[in-house]
Each structure stands twice: as C-alpha cells, then as structure tokens.
Write a protein that binds this ligand. Sequence first.
Ligand code: ADP
Length: 293
Amino acid sequence: MAALQRLLRAAASGGAVTAAARRRMGSLAAEQAPPVAPAPKGFPFAAEERMRRRPAAERNVQWVFLGCPGVGKGTYASRLSRLLGVPHIATGDLVRDELASTGPLAAQLAEIVNQGKLVSDEIIINLLSKRLKKGEDQGESGFILDGFPRTVKQAEILDGVTDIDMVVNLKLREDVLVEKCLGRRICSQCGKNFNVACIDVKGEDGLPAIYMEPLLPPNNCMSKMITRADDTEEVVRNRLRIYNDMSQPVEGFYREQGKLLEFDLPGGIPESWPKLLHVLNLEDQEELKLAAA
Ligand code: ADP
C-alpha cells in the first residue's frame, strides 16, 4: 500500500500518475492541478502501480461505500470490515481527527466542514495517503473506503492507482436521511456513534414505509453525548445538496464500470444487515464468525 499512498498523493498534486490515469483525469485535473512535476528519476510509478494491481483473488477486498449523509455508510462499512478483517477507512473520521488536532489545517477545515462543504481533493488525498501509510506499517491489506471517493475526480484518481472490486451504494429516502443526521450522537469519551431518532414513516408517493429503532448509548456513555457541528438541519440540507451535485455522479462512474451494487435499506440494522450479507453472499462468513466467537 506504500505505492498506493504515494501514487494517490502524486495524483492529487498533479504529479506522476500513469498516462492512462492522466488521460482519464482530463480537463478536471487541468483545472486544479499545479504544473506537472516530472517523475523522480529511478522511481517508476507506472511500473510500481502495475505491480500493485494484484488479482483480487490474491489480496483482501478493496470496496467502496457510497451514500448520502446519514444513510449509515459508517455503520455497515465498519461491521463488514470486522467481518472481513480489513480496515474501515472513513475520510470523514480522518477529517474529524485533523479538526480535533492542533495541526495547521484544523482551523481551515473547521470552516469548510461546518458549512457542509467538501474539503479539497488535495487535502483529502493527503489525509488518506497518510492513513494508508500508517496502515501499511501495521501490515494492513485491503480496505473498505467510506466517504471516498466523493467527486468524480477523486474516483478517477483512485482508479488510476488501484483496482476497486465493488462499490456498495446505500440508499434511503431523503426525509429519513435528515432525521437520522439530526439524531446522530457521538460519545465524547469512547467515540462510538449512536442515534436517538426513532424513524417511523409511512409509505407514500411510491416511497416505502420505514421503521428504524433508535440506537441508544449504554448508561456510561449517556452523559457524554455530543452532536457533530455539521449535523444541524441547515448544514445537513446543504450536505445533501452537495451530495446530489458532486457525489451522485460518482455512482454513474462506477455503474458504467459494472461495479455498483445498489442497496435500498429496508429498515434499521436488524432488517438491513442480514439482507446486505445476503446480497454480498457473505451469510456463511457471518455464521462462521459467530460460531468461532
Ligand atoms: P457524511 O455524514 O456527510 O457522510 P462524513 O463524516 O463522511 O459525513 O464527512 C464529514 C465531512 O468531511 C464532509 O462533509 C466533508 O466536509 C469532509 N469530507 C469527508 N470525506 C470527503 C471527501 N472524500 N472529499 C471531500 N470532503 C470530504
């Protein structure tokens, strides 16, 4: 993954990527990227990239989770990552870690994130590269990405450096998404996510009825609940607008590649998790894990 994180960084800064990837990045790259730096001598990015494109059967899964804010990408991606033994990498978490630090980026990021806007591709790819490097040092392989890619440019950059096996697109009606975002809480001590919203909406206008129980914290977390600064109604609606403009085209990008698995959430975790395992053909794996527990 060292090659992957170096390539991601190079791609984000307009540096060396394969000619094919650069062609795909096309005009978007030209819009933002600084002048292209020549590849360092003796550092064959392209050759290294080919080496890293290992057949799926010889490595752990490389999956992406897409979906609107509040849909539950984090919940299902982290459950699957535990089941499959691969890291769950959420770029939103990387951004929040940076926000919580005293690093030079924190103030700049706070302004962007608290308005519900997207962080620049360059910053997000630097954060992701650092995370991949750390994982590689710890012997990680494979990943489930959550919240990345969020723009077609990010998808093209990722495509230029590694193979994504599958993209799961989680879907839920918009009124439910807003309620779920407003109900989100985080324990300021253990960092776990909860949701105090009880979703119970009737089916109407062709939309299905949805029932989702709240995901309440245990007693010891109860008094430490905090709400994300970007989970206010105004910011959530802005994030949904931005998702529709910037991130929905990413679905089309992967649909064209035949990698997109659409998944309409039928309800809360008790209904959705078994169905998701079923469509992913992973029921046996869950049973094996439970049996071994
Ligand atoms: P959401 O609940 O909207 O899915 P996340 O936790 O994934 O939120 O992300 C929180 C914020 O972090 C986003 O609103 C955005 O400002 C920033 N962010 C996360 N991932 C990306 C990305 N891939 N590109 C740009 N900005 C990102």
